[in-house]
Design a protein around this ligand. Structure first.
Ligand SMILES: NC(=O)c1ccc[n+]([C@@H]2O[C@H](COP(=O)([O-])OP(=O)(O)OC[C@H]3O[C@@H](n4cnc5c(N)ncnc54)[C@H](O)[C@@H]3O)[C@@H](O)[C@H]2O)c1
Length: 429
């Protein structure tokens, strides 16, 4: 098939490249000249393992094409995917101006019959509004159907997730559109959930909000474990053996971050509010998440008594490992709180330094972990990158002013670290 993706972010570019690799001709439409020029040379605008190679391979095979213009892409496409960002606005609702703008542009360039499918995470009812917008601008004689095709990939494992998703959700009001989308997804190894627009839209928000709830639950249990003297990690492990509960997402830490969970929880609260339903459970999930970030700083403060002029090293800036994404990253909040305590802050991340330099100021960007450790009064592990797991602690202890480790991700064996002469504190331990 010939298909188009509008947007070349984590979702648009990864799914476009995977569909190209499966033999389709895939257009990617962007609006940033420099990024499109880079993409034509095979340079993605962000880091995702394996992506650059996949993009380059499919450019070479002439299956992956980049353009700033809708004209060469839309008329020939059987399916057009909307994959633009939907960040939260001031009220917590998803900002949909970008989605509506691109919908109009798609509509104006339609030819023959096209399926317009939304991959962006959008509130219930959005796809029906997209349909109205396209109807108003489409050229005479053209036909289209709308579909909701929410995306569930995870940054860091996005290619594998796209090739082998837990489920492929397709919401549609048209059997013809559904059939075309099923056909397109056939080479992908996943369980189909075929349903209507509203159900598909809500599945995405419900899934992300449930995962965020699991993380906040783990953090609440960790906090309680610290208070009652239980081993929080063993409690959560013990819970996870129950197949109805499952082990995943039961890890306490600095809370959830990134461009999806925080905004999708907010958006689901806002969606419910629009229908006069107060989703109080999710209010609490957000509250616990904020506490989890604050607790990291509170623990640091407790050990060092006063953070004024103390040097604090932050290991990890991205919201999770294997990505350079720092949107709503835990590190940003933690750094802000440390700044308010007048601490000197040194930071390092294996991939996110460039992005961080654009948004985080007043910190010292270091070249590696040991550079961060030099002269530090405490090291805080914010992101559980693999390369932080095996370090030369003898060297780190010598470099640090005060051998203190706040293990925000519980990646170290406390006894081992304490045995080396460090003051160690984890989460829930
Ligand atoms: N990142 C994830 O892990 C993930 C997973 C599942 C779903 N989603 C959802 O997918 C959507 C996209 O997320 P993302 O992480 O890829 O975002 P992103 O910020 O990485 O990329 C968004 C893309 O949209 C483009 N864009 C924005 N407005 C545009 C406009 N008006 N015209 C043309 N292009 C425009 C941007 O240039 C960029 O290429 C969001 O709704 C998000 O919630 C994200």
């Amino acid at each position: 098939m010939t298909i188009t993706f509008i947007g070349h972010g984590y979702v648009g570019l990864v799914t476009a490249s995977v569909f190209a690799d499966l033999g389709n001709t895939v257009w990617v439409v962007g609006r940033d000249k420099k990024k499109i020029e880079d993409l034509k040379k095979g340079i993605p605008p962000f880091y995702e393992p394996g992506l650059e190679e996949l993009v380059k391979r499919n450019i070479k095979a002439k299956r992956l094409l980049f353009t700033l213009d809708y004209k060469p892409a839309i008329p020939d496409s059987d399916v057009v995917f909307i994959a633009v960002g939907t960040p939260p606005n001031k009220t917590g609702d998803a900002e949909l101006l970008g989605v509506f703008e691109v919908s109009e542009n798609i509509g104006k360039n339609l030819s023959g019959y096209t399926v317009v499918a939304t991959k962006s995470t959008v509130p219930v009812g959005t796809n029906k509004r997209i349909k109205q917008l396209i109807d108003e601008v489409k050229p005479k004689g053209t036909e289209f159907d709308i579909a909701s095709a929410p995306e569930f990939l995870k940054e860091g494992t996005a290619i594998q997730d796209t090739l082998s998703p837990d489920r492929i959700v397709i919401g549609s009001e048209s059997k013809k559109a559904e059939k075309i989308l099923v056909e397109l997804h056939k080479p992908i190894d996943g369980q189909f959930v075929l349903t209507n627009l509203e159900t598909a839209e809500l599945i995405k928000y419900a899934s992300n909000s449930f995962l965020a709830t699991k993380i906040s639950f783990a953090n609440a249990i960790a906090k309680l474990s610290e208070l009652v003297g239980a081993d929080g990690l063993r409690v959560l492990e013990g819970m996870g053996f129950d197949r109805r509960i499952g082990k995943e997402f039961l890890s306490p830490g600095p809370g959830y971050g990134g461009s999806c969970f925080p905004k999708d929880v907010k958006a689901l609260i806002a969606i419910a509010k629009n229908y006069d339903y107060s989703f109080g459970l999710l209010d609490e999930v957000e509250k616990i998440n904020g506490q989890a970030r604050r607790d990291i700083v509170r623990k640091t403060r407790k050990i060092l008594t006063d953070l004024n002029k103390k040097t604090i090293g932050i290991l990890g800036l991205s919201f999770k490992p294997n990505t350079d994404d720092i949107r709503d990253a835990q590190s940003a909040d933690i750094i802000e709180m440390l700044k308010q305590d007048r601490a000197n802050i040194k930071v390092f991340d294996p991939q996110a330094m460039e992005n961080a330099k654009k948004t985080i100021n007043g910190v010292q960007f270091c070249t590696d972990v040991y550079d961060v450790a030099r002269g530090a009064d405490a090291l805080i592990i914010v992101t559980d990158w693999n390369e932080f797991k095996e370090l030369n602690f003898t060297k780190i202890k010598k470099l640090m002013k005060n051998p203190v480790i706040i293990d925000g991700r519980n990646i170290y064996n406390p006894e081992k670290i304490k045995g080396l002469g460090f003051t160690y504190v984890g989460v829930g331990r």
